[in-house]
Write a protein that binds this ligand. Structure first.
Ligand code: NIG
Ligand code: FE
Length: 411
């Protein structure tokens, strides 16, 4: 995140005339907390006061004021699962899938993730960064003020380090906060096709050592096409030893026990969950592991959408994220994910907004954001609409009018 202004005044802002302010106050009257005819005051990048416009204390008159003009304000979106750093694209593969080829076939024949690995390895650092930066800017413009990003298209020590360095450089250059996750265990590197154990030794040893200081989490793609439950357990154990949080791509294409593993090892999140059953979800809820739904994947892959209603009703805390990647979901905008989670997944608009903000923050272990309450980060989105319902009702990125990061209008 850039330091937009050195002074406290530069990061202070009062937003007035808010028709509907989504606070995510757990003590509010709606499940997700909402105030009407409200104002919010951000001082030095942090929310200082929220309440009815008529009760705004006089001393906030000295601060820069933004009139929301009767629009809705929600917390900045927290996109807790992305693969936004990559080179090239896979439009040709997408077209082949439309005429019958499957994701698994393409991957098994050295395409899919492997073709992005080729493109990412051969890109220069500057090129890799430039390509990613364009996407991160669009994400910020559509309201994502905190964005997680995974490595996993390098699969050598050198190129995984480069991906993570690119994410770090983007974090410094862009107002959004960028949270890095090491996904060396995305697929077995092509050089190790006949030596899976050798590759896992590399991932959990020298590769993890090389990146540990620069990432917050470790992830593993636990799937029939990637790593087994026992292999994923090894990755989680290594992350635990390195004192890093961990998360699991779980039960995306089939139920292989990955969701249960996430609960058993106390992962920060279990992501995808398309094939998790009620028993698995109950275990997640009991473990406090956040269930991250990625509705852009089933939309792009033309598969059955994750049943958000069932996941929410299991009692697990739910997050929604884009999974932005060149293979299964080339999507960048959280408002569109909210629309899918409501229209296809059965969440209410309020639940979906909570999942895209507070839920994402909890998935990343960031307790300081995803709510508009005193003490929380001054990250918010002014919608070009009077209610949060419009996020699902009018599913396009143009619904975002203004983005505020730590008290500064950034988009
Ligand atoms: O989250 N599941 C694994 N990783 C990505 C897809 C990556 C790719 O196809 O490039 C996902 O869907
Ligand atoms: Fe993913």
């Amino acid at each position: 995140v850039t330091e937009q202004a050195a002074t406290a005044e530069g990061r202070s802002l009062v937003v007035t005339s808010i028709s509907e302010l989504v606070t995510n106050d757990p003590d509010g009257d709606a499940a997700f907390g909402v105030l009407h005819d409200a104002a919010v005051a951000i001082v030095d990048g942090v929310v200082d006061w929220v309440g009815p416009s008529t009760a705004l204390p006089d001393h906030f008159g000295d601060y820069t004021t933004l009139d929301a003009g009767g629009r809705c304000v929600v917390p900045g979106f927290v996109d807790a699962h992305t693969h936004t750093v990559f080179a090239g694209d896979r439009a040709g593969e997408f077209a082949r899938r439309l005429t019958g080829a499957t994701y698994e076939e393409i991957l098994a024949s050295g395409g899919g993730i492997y073709s992005t690995v080729d493109a990412t390895r051969s890109a220069s650092f500057v090129d890799l960064m430039d390509q990613a930066m364009v996407r991160f800017r669009r994400m910020l413009g559509s309201g994502s003020t905190t964005i997680e990003v995974k490595s996993g298209y390098g699969l050598t020590v050198e190129s995984e380090v480069a991906m993570i360095a690119a994410a770090r450089a983007i974090d410094m250059a862009l107002p959004s906060d960028v949270v890095s996750t090491f996904l060396g265990a995305h697929v077995v590197a092509p050089e190790f096709r006949d030596d899976r154990d050798g590759y896992l030794d590399l991932v959990t040893g020298p590769m993890l050592d090389a990146v540990a200081g620069d990432v917050s989490f470790v992830d593993v793609f636990c799937d029939a096409a990637a790593f087994t439950v026992e292999e994923a357990r090894r990755v989680c154990e290594a992350a635990y030893r390195a004192e890093l949080g961990f998360r699991i791509h779980a039960d995306q294409t089939a139920r292989i026990g990955a969701t249960a593993l996430a609960a058993e090892v106390g992962a920060a999140s279990a992501d995808h969950l398309d094939h998790a059953n009620d028993d698995d979800l109950e275990q997640l809820a009991a473990a406090g592991t956040v269930a991250v739904l990625l509705p852009g994947v089933s939309f792009s892959m033309r598969t059955r959408p994750p049943d958000g209603r069932r996941v929410w009703d299991s009692g697990a805390r739910v997050a929604i994220a884009t999974d932005c990647n060149p293979g299964t979901a080339y999507v960048e905008t959280m408002p569109f994910m909210i629309a899918l989670a409501v229209i296809q997944g059965g969440l209410t608009p309020g639940e979906a907004v909570w999942a895209a903000t507070r839920g994402g923050a909890l998935a990343l272990g960031l307790d300081d954001r995803g709510a508009l309450l005193p003490g929380a980060a001054g990250d918010l989105v002014i919608l070009d609409a009077p209610t949060h319902i419009h996020l699902a009702y009018k599913p396009d990125a143009a619904i975002v009018a203004r983005v505020v990061k730590a008290g500064v209008v950034v988009a």
